[in-house]
Write a protein of this length. Structure first.
Length: 249
């Protein structure tokens, strides 16, 4: 766990490398926001199916399905968690920057944050691997941004298309499935992978590799976990208490 300045508590080898799975999306999203900050792309630029924008893709509101195929919902109508949407986002960022998405993520995010153990060899949605030390560096950036403006950070960590329903993978359907731009927002969701002590403003991401990164701006803390065992029922049951204990440190 870390505050905005440094690691303040840890368990295990902070430099061991494990799959990040969908926590990769947090890196991809930040890289897209940096392109927005540099005015290479706009959140309102068309991207994805007709009527969809970069904002829709970042917020899992484009209507694209989890993997391949055509849109299954009009943009902005439902929260459909989508790996495909982030792959389409990667293609749009490539077109806007003139740089391959993997190279852009490295140049825009990994190198500036010193995330030297992290590699994203394939899909910007799920192919990353890295260390807890690296994830905490990302968490500190999301807690106190240096690569994007405070205004854009506030927008990215605020609910987008509020009030639309969707499924939080592993935790079921929610009438108000709140997401920001590339990060999932805690809000008042129940059940949830973070514990009951977390602020509704808390946000983060978890992955099917048994990985997570959370940021709670009210506590001024960020926490990360990586492991060798894929996400399953035991993770869903254990993580709320674990994250509460981390936040209380």
């Amino acid at each position: 766990m870390a505050d905005a300045d440094s690691v303040i508590a840890s368990c295990g080898d902070l430099d061991a490398v494990f799959p990040m799975a969908s926590v990769t999306k947090a890196v991809a999203a930040l890289s897209a926001l940096i392109a927005v900050e540099r005015r290479l792309i706009s959140l309102e630029d068309p991207a994805g199916p007709p009527g969809s924008t970069v904002r829709h893709l970042l917020a899992h509101a484009s209507g694209l399905p989890f993997e391949g195929g055509a849109a299954i919902s009009p943009p902005g109508r439902r929260r459909v968690y989508s790996n495909l949407g982030f792959e389409v986002l990667g293609e749009r960022v490539e077109a806007a920057t003139g740089v391959g998405i993997r190279e852009w993520m490295e140049e825009a995010v990994l190198i500036p944050l010193g995330m030297s153990a992290t590699a994203i060899p394939g899909s910007p949605a799920h192919s990353g691997e890295g260390s807890v030390r690296d994830l905490l560096a990302l968490g500190r950036e999301l807690l106190a941004p240096t690569l994007i403006s405070a205004d854009l950070h506030t927008e990215a960590t605020s609910p987008q298309f509020p009030g639309i329903s969707g499924i939080l993978p592993g935790y079921g359907r929610q009438a108000d499935n709140a997401w920001g731009l590339g990060v999932e927002i805690r809000d008042h969701k129940a059940p949830h992978w973070t514990g009951v002590s977390f602020s509704p403003r808390a946000f983060g991401h978890f992955g099917q590799a048994g990985s997570f990164l959370w940021v709670d701006p009210d506590a001024g803390r960020t926490g990360a976990f990586l492991g060798a065992k894929p996400f399953g029922t035991e993770h869903a049951e254990a993580w709320p208490a674990l994250t509460d204990a981390m936040r209380a440190m």
